[in-house]
Design a protein around this ligand. Structure first.
Ligand code: PEP
Ligand code: MN
Length: 352
């Protein structure tokens, strides 16, 4: 992909690029006060939801075009750029009519190729930066597909936003980060800037700072953070919004590591990883050998290979252990199921 920079004139080129503002535009006062406090702290790009895709009807669905003139005030009075989520061709037209500077496509929309195509068609012939959030489901191809649709419409200033992936069991995160997915996106599209949205990944204030740091350590290009002048009173996503003051504090405490200078310690760490991988392989091979012995035993005693109760026990016990050790339960389940499948394959060989 032949992409151009998403940086707008006057926006600092150094990492991280910052976009901040409330989940939703609620009142003219809330928009202006939040934007003013952010501008005073050096934030150049103001986000605000105008049309809110809500999981259930009855939630606050945004004020619609009525709020767009307030964003125009943010531009003219505070000199900030504005960024708005669009989900339909009509949203695109209304944003363009109000001089919105950056558009983004939300996670529910990027999961739907019809909706993305409709937006792409509305963007044909227009030059505006477009940020594309990952789809709600962890499907990298669907994310890349959405990016390609926008690219094919002629848009060249494109960025991706990583906002985590939906799961049924909410534990620590509102949306699981599954960092390997944006990392793989970067491997496939190295010129595409990736911005992290810690607000929608974390779902709670306490997680904003550690997620911002993690994103920086993984070399993300920017951060889009929900910030509200009175977060507790926010009409949407109250638990995850922070005041402009707190955001400023979080950003000031971030450690931005220079990826090129730390090659010495990086190669030491990589050596550790190599050693650990070797140990993992040895352990796995040992486990397979024991499992083969069990296979022999089962054959001699005419027992079936699969013993469901034992299997369930292993899986649930190990998942709990893994979680106590700070690993994700779903991840551990994937690993265990794969190991078990390979054990069963070995035991079937013996039965033959
Ligand atoms: C948002 O940015 O306010 C939003 C609705 O996010 P997402 O599309 O990631 O859920
Ligand atoms: Mn939100």
């Amino acid at each position: 992909m032949d992409l151009q920079s998403i940086l707008l004139p006057g926006v600092d080129a150094k990492r991280p690029l910052i976009i901040a503002g409330p989940c939703s535009a609620e009142t003219e006062e809330q928009v202006m006060e939040t934007a003013r406090k952010l501008a005073e702290r050096g934030v150049k790009i103001f986000r605000a939801g105008i049309w809110k895709p809500r999981t259930k009807p009855g939630g606050f669905e945004g004020l619609g075009a009525e709020a767009l003139p307030w964003l125009k005030r943010v531009k003219t009075e505070l000199g900030m750029y504005t960024a708005v989520e669009v989900a339909t061709a009509k949203h695109v037209r209304e944003c363009l009519a109000h001089d919105v500077d950056i558009l983004w496509i939300g996670a529910r929309t990027s999961a739907n190729p019809f909706a993305v195509q409709e937006i792409a068609d509305a963007l044909e012939g227009i030059d505006i930066p477009v940020l594309i959030k990952n789809p709600v489901n962890p499907d990298l191809d669907l994310w890349i597909g959405a990016i390609e649709r926008i690219y094919n419409a002629g848009i060249r200033r494109i960025g991706a936003i990583h906002r985590g992936f939906s799961t049924a069991d909410k534990k620590i995160y509102r949306n699981l980060p599954q960092w390997h997915i944006p990392i793989e996106l970067h491997r496939q599209l190295p010129n595409l800037p990736i911005i992290c949205d810690p607000s929608h990944i974390g779902g709670k204030r306490e997680l904003i700072a550690p997620l911002c740091q993690q994103a920086m350590d993984l070399n993300f290009d920017g951060l889009i953070v929900e910030s509200h002048c009175n977060p507790d009173k926010a009409w949407s996503d109250a638990a995850q919004q922070v005041t402009p003051e707190i955001l400023d504090f979080i950003l000031n405490t971030l450690v931005i590591r220079d990826m090129t200078q730390s090659t010495e310690s990086l190669s030491a760490l990589r050596r550790q990883i190599d050693e650990l991988d070797n140990s993992l392989l040895e352990l796995l091979a040992r486990r397979m050998r024991v499992s083969v012995e069990i296979g022999v035993y089962k054959k001699e005693h005419n027992m079936p290979i699969l013993q469901a109760q034992r299997y369930d026990e292993i899986i649930s016990k190990r998942i709990t252990q893994a979680e106590q050790m700070g690993m994700d339960g779903e991840f551990m389940k994937t690993v265990l199921v794969a190991i078990h499948e390979e054990s069963v394959r070995h035991q079937m060989d013996i039965m033959k």
